[in-house]
Design a protein around this ligand. Sequence first.
Ligand code: DX5
Ligand code: ZN
Length: 222
Amino acid sequence: MKHLIAPSILAADFAHMGRDIKMLDESQADWIHIDVMDGRFVPNISFGFPVMKAIKPLSNKVMDCHLMIVEPEKYIQQFADFGADIITIHYEASHHLHRAMQALKDCGVQAGVALNPHTPVSLLFDILEEIDLVCLMSVNPGFGGQKFIYSTLQKVRTLRAEIDRRNLSTKIEIDGGVGLHNAEALLQAGADVLVAGSAVFKADDPKKMIESLKNIGQLKQL
Ligand code: DX5
Ligand code: ZN
């Protein structure tokens, strides 16, 4: 499968959100990554339902909703109702992850689990069959524009090997500090989806940056 690009709107211009969503809609982006923060699970507050509701009608792209909140189970249904296609909750925020995966599927969305940098991928192996997407945090969640943590590469390799060994279709998403400098290494390690906030929105030409991220590795595939 060709890899997917999911620009994070955390790095967009909030005063011109409609314009930025339209730009993403016209770009080669596959998904739009939506970072919801509550000031409790992470030391920052971003946005929630009203923003999700406002941007949904502006694009046909897959809405990839990353919940960095405590008690995420309480809000699954509402995010699904407001148009999320994928909802990712944190391993560290859920006491009953297996039940939460079922709840996500019952809401008609794809079920994702995110792992903080210190959380080993092996902690998901007993319920890997239930998970559509594993989001490996390659920064400590809470802020855009941080430096990529390189030990993530080994986590990608370990998880890729387990997914392939069991012949699952679970996708591996990488979130934090991703850009042209590390995208190729991540894809070679086995990543399927690259989230990019600053790399896209701080670029002189965001659409072109998305295109460059999308085309990485293409020559090698020929
Ligand atoms: C961090 C968020 C990321 C963030 C990525 O808590 O989950 O999605 O927006 O931003 P960059 O690409 O700037 O690291
Ligand atoms: Zn995110």
